[in-house]
Write a protein that binds this ligand. Sequence first.
Ligand SMILES: NC(=O)c1ccc[n+]([C@@H]2O[C@H](COP(=O)([O-])OP(=O)(O)OC[C@H]3O[C@@H](n4cnc5c(N)ncnc54)[C@H](OP(=O)(O)O)[C@@H]3O)[C@@H](O)[C@H]2O)c1
Length: 282
Amino acid sequence: METVSISNTDTTTGQRMHQIEMPTFGLGVYLMGEPGECKASVKHALEKGYRLIDTAMAYGNEDEVGEAIRESGIDRDEIFVVTKLRQPHANSHDETLERCQQSLENLGLEFMDLYLVHAPPKDIEARAPVWQGMEDCLSKGWTRSIGVSNYGAHHLDAMVSYASLMPSVNQIEISPWLQRPALRAAISGVGAVPMAYSPLARGHKVKDPELVRIAGSLGCTPAQAAIKWCIDSGSITIPKSSNLDRIEENLGSLAVDLSGTEEAFASLEESYVSGWDPTSEK
Ligand SMILES: NC(=O)c1ccc[n+]([C@@H]2O[C@H](COP(=O)([O-])OP(=O)(O)OC[C@H]3O[C@@H](n4cnc5c(N)ncnc54)[C@H](OP(=O)(O)O)[C@@H]3O)[C@@H](O)[C@H]2O)c1
């Protein structure tokens, strides 16, 4: 599995701190609501070679992710686990630490690999103390890295004034239909790596006729082409599937060569947001 180096840049010295390797591809587990669905999907994914799992307290399945990891028999150190501090829980320094501990209990793990603020706290005044709580989670060893999700360029700019360490990752919606070159550049500008959620626009776009044509010319499936576009554009990505065949199909995207399709992918851009978009909030 290909990896990318992620790190938290020190805002005073500009040094890259807490540098670790993160797989560029993994499984997202949002909307796996049936009991056992998440566990079965994660177990299957791990068995087939996935090594990155993206969950969140808001998804209500951290416990099943932890069970699947333990039952997989794979060394904990080989699996990269991401979870997130819920936006309604992002209120204060102390609550951030409490919620991180709760997530670890749910997962049944001693540490997570990446802890993200799920979206900019609604209360602007809470953003600095919440992030200081995240930095404390990192220094206590509860997580190996800290990052954000759904932060726009202006949210990242504001962090420079209150953060000791900048985020290692900003998880945002990115797909061939929502390419976001300016926000991706702003993320790289603070030393972070973009992480593309909803690479298939929540499944809304897998039958897009132009994508189907591109995939036909490459000899892969439409979903594989869209997923590989996210990775080749410099993002980590985490397509969700709880269908065992599609979990394998999506892993197959790693072998796809997109050479010669740059213009065709550029033409898919339509600023299509499939879910929420807190990046544009104040
Ligand atoms: N930070 C955030 O605010 C945020 C927001 C949204 C998502 N996320 C994360 O990103 C992950 C992925 O995003 P997402 O779940 O919104 O959407 P997505 O991965 O773009 O799409 C998932 C949908 O596509 C279908 N699908 C998956 N593989 C397919 C294939 N090969 N062919 C056809 N259909 C396929 C899935 O159905 P089946 O399951 O039936 O295959 C599901 O309906 C989430 O699970 C979550 O971990 C984060």
